[in-house]
Design a protein. Structure first.
Length: 296
């Protein structure tokens, strides 16, 4: 029998999924705003450094609550779940649009499925595999329907693919090894492990501090603050909690829904919803249904 808390159909799990969808769907706009004043490397360092500073109040208790034998896993999750993707997506978005990144971000459930099956020996039903494929197809249709043909920079589009592999690895590591630990404390510890060196590098080797002090970059600073607090720290706490309550694949299905939020921001900017986008939305919902539907 499936526990009520671990069933994807639990209302709290769907609320967590909805919150993550909005937060991460908004992240692309915040990254764009941040890149106005900062380089991709500066933006990534700032994003992780600010998240680290926000997480410091939880660190003393995290050091007591997280067993020392889990520290290496926590470090791996920090690198795979936050550190590497922050750089990869920021660098990619200097040469390709948010549409391409939105499409490629939908590879996360595929990587979660593949890594879980081949590395962690997680059994995956044919139904879930079909759902992942349908969801990815829907994300592709939705974003392609936004503006027709998309110019592809192959080299830079390899970076989000690597980032989504990292997300898949992070999801599986969390599910396999940190199932019974508090997401708040594991996230705080992970951010401290990767954030402290990022902050040192930011202060010593970049011009970002001077730009912040000068006051010329405050709109971008505000975007980075929102991106760090919500898009990184709070979002990953929610994500790890969702993985613990359900499974890595259900949690990764948030990536199907991210393009919908990105599209909504576009509509607020005067864009219109096309038949292609409606079709993509339908396919995404069908994919999420298949990946989360419980066998009777």
């Amino acid at each position: 029998m499936t526990n009520a808390n671990t069933s994807p159909h639990n209302a709290q799990n769907w609320l967590l999924l909805a919150a993550l969808t909005f937060i991460w769907g908004t992240s692309y706009i915040l990254i764009k705003k941040g890149l106005i004043a900062f380089s991709a490397v500066e933006l990534a360092c700032l994003r992780i450094s600010v998240s680290f500073l926000f997480s410091l109040p939880f660190l003393p208790k995290a050091l007591k609550q997280v067993p020392k034998e889990k520290y290496l896993t926590v470090l791996q999750i920090g690198i795979f779940g936050s550190g590497a993707p922050a750089f990869l997506f920021a660098i990619s978005m200097t040469h390709s649009g948010s549409a391409i990144n939105g499409i490629l971000n939908s590879l996360s459930p595929l990587w979660t499925l593949i890594i879980g099956y081949y590395i962690f020996k997680v059994n995956i039903t044919a139904q879930k595999a079909i759902g992942v494929v349908i969801g990815f197809a829907g994300a592709l249709v939705l974003v392609l329907g936004k503006g027709g043909a998309i110019q592809v920079d192959v080299l830079y589009n390899l970076l989000p693919i690597i980032a989504t592999f990292c997300y898949g690895m992070s999801s599986n590591l969390t599910k396999q090894y940190l199932q019974n630990l508090s997401p708040i404390y594991t996230t705080s510890l992970a951010m401290s492990m990767i954030g402290a060196p990022m902050l040192a590098g930011l202060l010593l080797f970049t011009d970002a501090p001077a730009q912040i002090i000068s006051g010329t970059a405050w709109p971008s600073v505000a975007a980075v603050l929102a991106l760090s607090l919500f898009g990184t720290l709070i979002a990953w706490m929610l994500f790890y909690k969702l993985v613990q309550r359900t499974d890595a694949l259900f949690a990764a299905s948030v990536t199907y829904l991210i393009p919908i939020v990105a599209l909504a921001w576009g509509m607020l900017d005067g864009e219109t919803l096309t038949l292609y986008q409606l079709s993509g939305f339908g396919l995404i919902m069908l994919g999420v249904y298949f990946t989360t539907r419980q066998k009777v």
